[in-house]
Design a protein around this ligand. Structure first.
Ligand SMILES: *Cc1c(COP(=O)(O)O)cnc(C)c1O
Length: 403
């Protein structure tokens, strides 16, 4: 009997399966190197990355400007904790606040931490400024939401997979159908401190609300003295062809929640960005993070902001988004029951096969994408992707769907 040598791919997967908690089910691809829109696996096969780490890699793998910023900061200073000042945090915050048209930044690390921070901000603001009686504050959230994985955040998820087995849950959240402004308005009472939403729901399958929904929520929040919290962790920073997904409706929320691409695909970096009078509820000791605002993250974040300031990435997402949407519209109805696209972001509902099967087939063709909720494939290519690369990847998708 010939015992064939186990491949490096299989060896890596076996070791991972044996030693890493099974809280993910990754595609059987082991990436070793990344550059721009491409990843290379341990056997030297190349893949066009159409997931871009759920938008954390908006600028692609190892963008030279971001890598240079990180390298030079590594030689300078990496961490002080917030017990002391560092020389970059103020500049980073000023630049980010200005990008958002806001005043003050609270830096954290992961997206879920930033969402938690925004929830704390809204509750404290509600008690101290709006006069909501103690422990009565409610926050209106959307059906199909995804805001992260902490116990409080899964408390208001309606996804049983994310939620079941993790109770008891945090009270104080009221869920209404996404896109239904009348339901948002009806859910608001004197104890409501905030409406928390993703302007476009990524994890749910790139769900775009009806035009006017964000404007209506903005109007209702202003009229009823309720904070509008926009979780732009996945939708923001260029993905949809604008700096923020809220920009498509010319809506400015009270609070931006940012993460993912803010760290340039190099470091975890998230932030809550708001007006001064709201952020003043945070006084020393009330909230914090050991790594939040560290100088390495600030150096990368500053470069990210400088790159967004050029407008180049938003313009690429908008222009290539037309190619993406037009190509998807040309796909035969037999294999696709629907799709939604905005900028370089799309959710495609497949029929006849699971999204997982299609993504496995795509990987064999050299394209990486991710299924969500069974029958949907999410595409979120790095904004640095070239038009011919995108067209090639969509050809692979067309062929795979026809296979
Ligand atoms: C990814 C994501 C989060 C959570 O971010 P983590 O960094 O994984 O904690 C929150 N909200 C939205 C909209 C996201 O896409």
């Amino acid at each position: 009997m010939v015992i064939s040598e186990i491949s490096r791919t299989d060896a890596q997967i076996a070791e991972t399966e044996a030693t890493v908690a099974h809280n993910y089910a990754p595609l059987p691809v082991v990436i070793e190197r990344g550059e721009g829109a491409w990843g290379t696996d341990v056997e030297g096969r190349r893949y066009l990355d159409l997931l871009a780490a759920y938008s954390a890699l908006n600028f692609g793998h190892r963008h030279p400007r971001l890598v240079a910023a990180a390298h030079s900061q590594l030689d300078q200073l990496t961490l002080t904790s917030r017990a002391f000042h560092n020389d970059l945090l103020g500049t980073f915050a000023a630049e980010l606040a200005s990008l958002c048209g806001m005043d003050v930044v609270l830096p954290m690390n992961t997206g879920a931490e930033a969402v938690e921070t925004a929830i704390k901000l809204a509750r404290k603001w509600g008690y101290e400024r709006k006069g909501v009686p103690a422990d009565r504050a409610t926050i209106v959230v959307m059906g199909g939401n995804f805001h992260g994985r902490t116990t409080t955040i899964v408390s208001f998820s309606d996804d049983p997979v994310a939620r079941d087995g993790f109770g008891p849950f945090t009270p104080g959240f009221l869920r209404v159908p996404f896109g239904d402004a009348a339901a948002v308005e009806a859910a608001i009472d004197d104890d409501t401190v905030a409406v928390l939403l993703e302007p476009i729901q990524g994890e749910a399958g790139v769900i775009i609300p009806p035009d006017g929904f964000l404007r209506e929520v903005r109007r209702v929040c202003s009229e009823r003295d309720v904070l509008m919290l926009a979780d732009e962790i996945q939708s923001g920073l260029g993905r949809t062809g604008r700096t923020f997904a809220c920009d498509h409706e010319a809506v400015v929320p009270d609070v931006y929640i940012l993460g993912k691409a803010l760290g340039g695909g190099i470091v975890p970096l998230s932030a809550v960005v708001a007006r001064r009078e709201m952020m003043e509820v945070f006084q020393p000791g009330v909230h914090g993070s050991t790594f939040g605002g560290n100088p390495l993250a600030c150096a990368v974040g500053l470069e990210v902001i400088a790159m967004l300031r050029t407008g180049e990435f938003q313009a690429r997402a908008a222009a290539l988004g037309v190619v993406l949407a037009d190509t998807l519209a040309s796909f035969s109805d037999a294999r696709v029951s629907g799709f939604r696209a905005r900028g370089l972001w799309a959710g495609i509902d497949v029929v006849g096969r699971t999204g997982r099967e299609v993504c496995e087939g795509l990987a064999r063709r050299g394209v990486l994408a991710k299924d969500t909720h069974g029958a949907t494939i999410r595409l979120a290519p790095p904004l640095v992707i070239e038009r011919h690369e995108l067209e090639w990847a969509l050809e692979q998708l067309r062929d795979e769907l026809a296979a």
